[in-house]
Design a binder for this molecule. Structure first.
Ligand code: SF4
Ligand code: SF4
Length: 444
């Protein structure tokens, strides 16, 4: 078992927008709503070109198994349904809607009356809510799990990535919704304890959540050291509860459900109003952004509209990311739409976007010292280059959560995360082939 340690790295926080409540962007001219903004099967479009749609109207039915429905974030007309390149590099069916600027709401939207676990889960199935901390895991699947061994609901309020403050603002401006979402999940899943983990560099969030949770039995707020990657699920479970998620296991295996603070706030809003997940708060920041802000935008809003709303560019943009500088995904152009799990758009100019030159490894071991799992990136790199998946398995590269601490501390500026990603793929393919061989042998 790899080691969890209070290592990680002390990153510059750069929380420039922490004091800025979110402001709503004007309705964009068009939105591109992808059918996959979650882990699992894509949703299936149920509208056709030319259809009029309203805010909150179902436009994509959940696919089979692990999936989530998709709703229109605007009112207007469907102009196109086509495959589009998503930010991960795959082609995904996307519905382009030309807006009418009216934001007329679907007539069927109404608050839910829920009094049993089944009714609560039936409602969540219609919410379109996925993990909003970045992972995009369908919330229904998490809540439908076997809850017999669960004793703790752990709320992730760490927001440890530099720049991003969208969860921060939720915990300050929407603390009542976070508390109500917690109360709903706690009640219907019959969970005894609630712990909200917040990094200690967010005192306003800590006091606002303590106040909001005061009426909920068994709910506490835990102040955590400001160490990246405090918000990583396994790291958070260990640092707040002292429990270790075994290799290949889930928080469920050690009695915990982990949910992001904004996700539970959305659950509350959905149950109380009936409006599914159609908009997202996005931190727009970075050296190339003229007026950084927290922006509430309809799902599908192009990144360029966010930039325009934030006063345009302060300098020539060189690099744009959805997400934080440690784990964010680089955008190839600014037409990329805001997704359900998008929490930041960062755009950097020349200085921040130009990486220092890569030099040979000096075997200093800093990458190992700062990895929360004690992985050995230099050995992983060697095994990958030697095309040796068996050694990669022994080195537990599969545990790498791509947090970027190793790259961040490396004096040689080596792109360790990229190498680890490729090594993980090599190991996964090897394990698939090995399983096939074993099954073939078993079947004679
Ligand atoms: S990216 Fe992987 S190897 Fe590097 S510090 Fe994070 S978990 Fe460890
Ligand atoms: S931190 Fe960089 S230079 Fe040091 S051992 Fe790791 S890869 Fe090599």
């Amino acid at each position: 078992m790899a080691i969890f340690r209070l290592s990680g790295v002390h990153v510059k926080h750069c929380k420039n927008t922490a004091k800025m409540s979110a402001v709503r962007i004007p309705v964009p001219k068009t939105v591109n709503v992808p059918m996959s903004m979650h882990i699992g099967a894509p949703a299936r479009p149920i509208v056709k070109v030319g259809d009029e749609v309203k805010v909150g109207q179902l436009i994509g039915e959940a696919g089979a198994g692990l999936s989530a429905p998709v709703y229109s974030s605007v009112s207007g007309k469907v102009k196109k349904i086509d495959e589009m390149l998503n930010i991960a590099g795959g082609q995904i069916q996307t519905i382009l809607i030309e807006t009418d600027g009216l934001q007329s709401v679907d007539e069927s939207i109404a608050p839910f009356e829920v009094s049993t676990r089944e009714e609560f889960l039936d409602a969540i199935a219609k919410s379109g809510i996925v993990g909003l901390g970045g992972a995009g895991f369908p919330t229904l699947i998490k809540l439908k799990a076997d809850i017999s061994k669960i004793d703790t609901l752990l709320i992730n309020g760490a927001e440890c990535e530099p720049y991003i403050t969208s969860d921060t603002r939720t915990m300050i401006d929407d603390a009542e919704a976070v508390a109500d979402g917690i109360a709903l999940v706690k009640k219907f899943l019959e969970i005894k304890n609630v712990v909200v983990g917040i990094e200690k560099n967010k005192p306003e969030c800590i006091s606002s959540m303590k106040k909001a949770l005061s009426g909920i039995d068994g709910a506490t707020v835990r102040s955590l050291p400001s160490v990246y990657p405090q918000g990583g699920e396994k790291v958070l479970v260990y640092h707040t509860l002292g429990r270790v998620i075994k290799e290949g296991g889930l928080p469920l295996d050690c009695g915990v459900i982990v949910m992001n603070c904004t996700t539970v706030a959305k659950i509350s809003k959905f149950i109380r109003t009936g409006m599914p997940l159609v908009e997202k708060c996005v931190t727009v920041d970075g050296s190339a952004i003229k007026e950084p802000k927290n922006v509430i935008a309809p799902i599908g809003t192009p990144a360029r509209d966010l930039v325009e709303f934030c006063g345009g560019f302060a300098e020539e943009p060189r690099k744009a990311l959805y997400g934080g500088p440690m784990m964010g995904i680089a955008l190839t152009d600014l037409s990329a739409p805001v997704l359900k799990q998008t929490n930041a758009l960062l755009v950097f100019g020349e200085k921040e976007a130009t990486p220092p030159p890569v030099t040979p490894c000096i075997k200093c071991g800093r990458c190992i010292d700062h990895c929360p799992f004690g992985l050995d990136p230099t050995a992983i790199s060697k095994a990958y280059k030697a095309n040796d998946p068996e050694t990669l398995e022994k080195l537990k590269v599969n545990l790498c959560m791509e947090c970027g601490c190793c790259s961040y501390v490396c004096p040689a500026r080596r792109n360790i995360v990229q190498r680890n990603k490729m090594a993980k793929t090599m190991l996964r393919n090897f394990q698939i082939e090995r399983k096939k061989r074993e099954e073939a042998q078993k079947n004679g």
